[in-house]
Design a protein around this ligand. Structure first.
Ligand code: HSE
Length: 371
């Protein structure tokens, strides 16, 4: 019998990307979808391929309805998870919970899912009766897919990273801020950008506009356009941001590494004005000296999404920018070279779509494992 799969938070950015991917891959043929809403209960179900699915949106807070489901997949966010998950479990619901939010990731009964990396562990966990499957933080999944071969062959001693994270990672409000900021500057530039105006005068005017109180920064708090934000998420006691903290913690949980086997990973997470691709720069200390050709072979053989961009300017500009990767499942990694620090130090740069491999795709794929 086909399983009943409940969708919560499918209208937001991650949820919409998830549904689009599921439609592309004909996933809906394999189960019976039930659509829930926290705000539009009773309205019509979504339209797929120009056809509205029969039925109406159910109440995402109605426990009786939720208890009937075999699987719940939620992109609704932390508040929903915190409110509903514990009640459902304590009421004896034994279904599978798939979640994009971070709250349950580090629980001992949860599996962080990124199947090209930990597919065997996911299968084993299902056999062992685990029921809670959570997508990893986007920077973690994108890093792990890019460096999968090095992780799999246990070649990494530590990683130092810098991220260049897209507006989409902060939510749709962040993208809206960024676009309003573009619009606001454009109103000035439309009238003033001509060859007769001194560039320094324009630069001064623009800076003044960006510093005004009415510059649109509702979500980003400070301008993101022509600027960057060197802090993502809350502060941890050790001075890391939570986003930075997740890199080591989630990576090692995915790899099931503990105690002395833990791979040390630390760096700075930074928001930039890209739309939906996160980029990351890595300095990797390898456990041994391996030549670049072998490193590239190990990386590119690991999974079908990662690809090597030759360490040349023209190739990097063509294939290693957020713009060239947006909306795709590609994980290019380039700028691969031995660092001047020594033969065991590898420098590399990689990119991935934050909404696809960074959020929706691992959830879509784990659902297939559970079906
Ligand atoms: N935490 C990420 C970001 C989004 O702020 O870019 C993660 O899925």
């Amino acid at each position: 019998m086909k399983k009943l799969v409940g969708f919560v938070g499918w209208r937001g950015m991650v949820g919409s990307v998830l549904l689009k991917r599921m439609l592309e891959e004909n996933d809906f043929e394999k189960f019976i979808p039930v659509f829930f809403s926290t705000s539009q209960v009773g309205k019509k179900n979504p339209k797929f391929k120009k056809k509205i699915l029969p039925g109406f949106l159910k109440d995402a807070y109605n426990l009786e309805e939720l208890m009937e489901l075999d699987i719940i997949i939620t992109c609704q966010g932390s508040d929903y998870t915190q409110k509903i998950y514990p009640i459902l479990r304590s009421s004896g619901w034994l279904g599978y919970w798939i979640d994009a939010a971070s709250d349950l990731r580090m629980n001992k009964d949860s599996v962080i899912v990124l199947d090209p990396i930990n597919g065997k562990n996911i299968k084993q966990s299902i056999e062992n009766g685990l029921k809670t499957f959570i997508g990893s933080n986007c920077t973690v999944s994108l890093m792990m897919l890019a460096l999968g071969g090095l992780f799999r062959n246990n070649l990494i001693e530590w990683i130092s990273f810098s991220t260049y994270q897209a507006a989409s990672g902060g939510g749709s409000g962040y993208i809206m801020d960024l676009l309003q900021q573009v619009y606001c500057l454009n109103k000035y530039l439309y009238k003033n950008l001509d060859l007769s105006t001194s560039i320094l005068k324009i630069e001064k005017d623009i800076t003044k506009i960006m510093n005004k109180n009415n510059f649109p920064v509702k979500n980003s708090l400070v301008p993101l356009i022509l600027n960057l934000i060197p802090w993502i998420d809350s502060r941890m006691n050790n001075g890391q941001s939570r986003e930075e903290w997740k890199m080591e913690k989630e990576t090692n949980k995915i790899l099931k590494k503990k105690n002395k086997d833990i791979i040390k990973i630390d760096g700075n997470c930074v928001r930039i004005g890209a739309l939906r691709c996160h980029s990351q720069s890595f300095l990797i200390k390898l456990k041994k000296n391996i030549n670049i050709n072998d490193i590239e072979r190990i990386i590119s053989n690991d999974n079908k999404w990662v690809s090597i961009v030759p360490n040349e300017k023209s190739e990097s500009l063509k294939k290693l920018t957020p713009l060239s990767i947006t909306g795709t499942l590609k994980i290019p990694i380039g700028r691969i070279r031995k660092s001047s620090l020594g033969q065991k130090y590898l420098s590399a740069f990689s990119i991935g779509d934050q909404l696809l491999w960074g959020a929706a795709e691992p959830l879509r794929r784990v659902l297939k494992f559970l079906l």
